[in-house]
Design a protein around this ligand. Structure first.
Ligand code: WTA
Length: 648
């Protein structure tokens, strides 16, 4: 195994060495109370905390509180406290989909806009603790809306702009949002995304289900034609002229909810992951500083959309809490061509870029010349997130993009964890391509087998975390029982991540991917159950089973086994219809890659679908089907193999 050793000449701002990492880590897990009492001070507290950690993973009594008697305001920590020193420094550097378009917004300007939006939200009737849904393109106003909610103590629920009206409706209903912030249209790769039209439909769908969205605040992005509901809809650019540019930040308790973010699990509907204020921001800001070596005045570019947790923690909150400049990119990696990322890096002198393996693989496939014709001299650190990065992509990123000058931080974490948990500390930890390396401070990973037995030494197993860290989610919004059930019941007294991992002889961690029915498609997390329920909602479908299969660019592709209703005939036309149907139900990110019509699915005698077999067939690896003797009808398998859609 090749190891890429820390380079003498690469120095991080924190100057931590390997031995510092080791002693800090030991302190953080041996005395979490003392460690976090100290590091919690990185925020500006209105009333300082006296209590630090009050957490329990005990069955039936899972409760997570950090800094619980402290008070603060998150937007003040991201804005107000920087005004004297860096009011004129760029806070958000926005790069449009169109390479001719960009904007620089200073901390002062951002502060003014956040205060204005906060006042507008108050005028629209939003109060402390109330939920606001945000359905936006990647424009600065998305961050403004999030920070404005935080300023007045409202709870934001950002819904990715690629989700369908149905998906948006479900999330507005689930979070009980009475106000929605959206834009007329988004712009991606030169194409328009009809956000307001989708929002209109979503409001209608929610209304039918008995949930009223009372106000819609609309940001003008393209100026395209949209429908308008008088009284309900309000233009942001008009409302902003009527309010003051000052808004006192609300004094919030550390444990007051900050945001809900819906994410997919192995069963049922997406869950509303709830994060609170103090611990979350301590985590986002501290990981931003130590993992990404964020330095004042430097430009950090996280390519994730604010609709995902990566966009929350590392496009908005982490960089701003540290007084950095965050680059927000509206477009896509291959528009106008596959050199766009590196043009943007040169144009804005980006120092650190943080992106996903799926983008790296796609750009790698386009050829080195798109990279080598750019300078990239400003880059000094590269990040990866969202799925396991294969060593080939890692090496390309390291060699071609970073010219062997920039360490790569392969960061493993989840929506639930609030921020990065396993990662190299750049400049301190030697790298191994494909390994997320070592736990961040305060993180105690553990491997267990299927029965929950703790595994020691170099081995592979299910990844758990045995103690709480400040950025951990606190509950599933409105359903604490589901929270306990999902994360703490498989292995009592531990947080179960749903991922598998390997620990090597050097104590390095290698994430192997999900061990549950969650798939990771182009870095987007999806429940196979969601795609199945979208498929069976089609009138011609009787039953469906969905699994992931290895895909060169996307990481995983979506493979659907579909059983039709009596009398329906399989056809290419029908496949197209089903693809369109799933896109309509969930959104384009859930488009099936393969559909196999199958008269029957492999089931046990008790009627349980044997997904293990379906996964193997989808991988075109049916030589290793394992034990099929428990199947009710073993002949089903032969038909599935004969008609498989993924022959190599
Ligand atoms: C996967 C994204 C390997 C993992 C921050 C996890 C990773 C899921 C990595 C969470 C990584 C994320 N290496 N796998 N560096 N980062 N994952 O909630 O399966 O969208 O459970 O959060 O992505 O996805 P989510």
């Amino acid at each position: 195994m090749t190891t890429v050793a820390v380079k003498e000449e690469w120095k991080s701002g924190t100057q931590l060495t390997l031995s510092d990492y080791n002693s800090w880590y030991a302190a953080s897990v041996n005395d979490p109370e003392g460690f976090w009492r100290e590091h919690g001070k990185r925020l500006d507290w209105i009333k300082p905390y006296t209590k630090v950690k009050n957490t329990s993973f005990a069955p039936g009594n899972v409760s997570i509180k950090w800094f619980e008697d402290g008070t603060l305001n998150l937007s003040a920590n991201c804005l107000d406290r920087h005004l004297t020193e860096r009011g004129d420094q760029t806070a958000i550097l926005w790069e449009g989909d169109n390479p001719e378009e960009s904007r620089a917004i200073s901390y002062k300007e951002l502060h003014g806009d956040v205060c204005r939006m906060a006042n507008v939200l108050k005028d629209l009737g939003v109060g402390r603790g109330e939920r606001v849904s945000i359905y936006m393109p990647m424009i600065p106003e998305a961050a403004v809306a999030m920070l404005a909610c935080a300023r007045i103590g409202a709870v934001h629920s950002v819904v990715f702009g690629g989700f369908s009206p149905d998906a948006l409706a479900g999330r507005m209903e689930g979070s009980g949002s009475k106000v929605l912030v959206t834009a007329d249209e988004g712009l991606r790769a030169g194409r328009k995304v009809p956000l307001k039209a989708n929002a209109d439909k979503a409001v209608e769908i929610a209304a039918k289900a008995g949930h009223t969205v009372e106000k819609v605040l609309v940001v003008k992005r393209t100026g395209g034609e949209i429908a308008w509901a008088e009284g309900r809809d309000h233009w942001w650019h008009e409302a902003r002229e009527r309010v003051s540019a000052e808004c006192e930040p609300e004094e919030m308790s550390a444990e007051d909810p900050l945001f809900i973010l819906y994410t997919s699990g192995s069963t049922g509907k997406p869950k509303g992951v709830l994060h609170t204020t103090g611990g979350y921001l301590v985590w986002a800001s501290m990981t931003q500083q130590y993992v990404f070596d964020m330095r004042a005045g430097e430009v950090f570019w996280c390519t994730a959309d604010v609709g995902w947790v990566t966009g929350h923690s590392y496009t908005v909150y982490g960089p701003l809490a540290n007084g950095g400049t965050t680059l927000m990119f509206e477009g896509v990696p291959n528009y106008p061509d596959a050199g766009r990322f590196w043009q943007v890096v040169d144009k804005h002198s980006v120092n650190v870029i943080y992106t996903a393996p799926t983008a790296i693989r796609a750009l790698m496939g386009a050829g080195d010349e798109f990279v080598t014709k750019s300078s990239r001299r400003s880059l000094r650190l590269l990040g990866s997130v969202g799925e396991p990065i294969n060593p080939e992509a890692w090496n390309w990123y390291y060699r071609v993009v970073g010219e062997e000058r920039c360490p790569i931080v392969d960061t493993w974490w989840q929506t639930e964890t609030g921020g990065i948990l396993i990662t190299p500390l750049p400049g301190a930890i030697d790298l191994k391509p494909g390994s997320a390396t070592r736990p961040f401070f305060g993180v105690k990973p553990e491997l267990v087998d299927g029965e929950g037995k703790v595994l020691e030494g170099a081995t592979e197993g299910n990844l758990c975390i045995t103690d709480s860290w400040p950025g951990q989610m606190r509950t599933v919004f409105g359903d604490h029982e589901r929270f306990e059930q999902t994360y703490f019941s498989t292995y009592p007294n531990k947080y179960f991540t749903g991922d598998g991992a390997r620990r090597d002889a050097d104590g390095y961690w290698w994430i192997t991917g999900r061990v549950d029915d969650v798939i990771n498609v182009s870095g987007h997390r999806m429940g196979t159950a969601e795609v199945e329920s979208a498929l069976v909602s089609h009138p011609k479908v009787s039953e469906a089973a969905v699994v992931g299969y290895p895909h060169d660019v996307k990481g995983q592709g979506i493979y659907c086994y579909v059983t039709l209703m009596e009398g329906e005939t399989p056809s290419e036309e029908l496949k197209k219809e089903l693809v369109a149907h799933v896109r309509g139900e969930i959104g384009p990110i859930a488009s099936p890659d393969k559909i196999q019509f199958s008269p029957g699915l492999p089931k046990t005698r008790s009627g349980k679908i044997m997904r293990r077999i379906l996964r193997k067939i989808a991988e075109d690896d049916f030589g290793a089907l394992g034990d099929t003797s428990t199947l009710a009808d073993p002949a089903v398998v032969d038909d599935l193999i004969d008609n498989r859609q993924n022959r190599k």
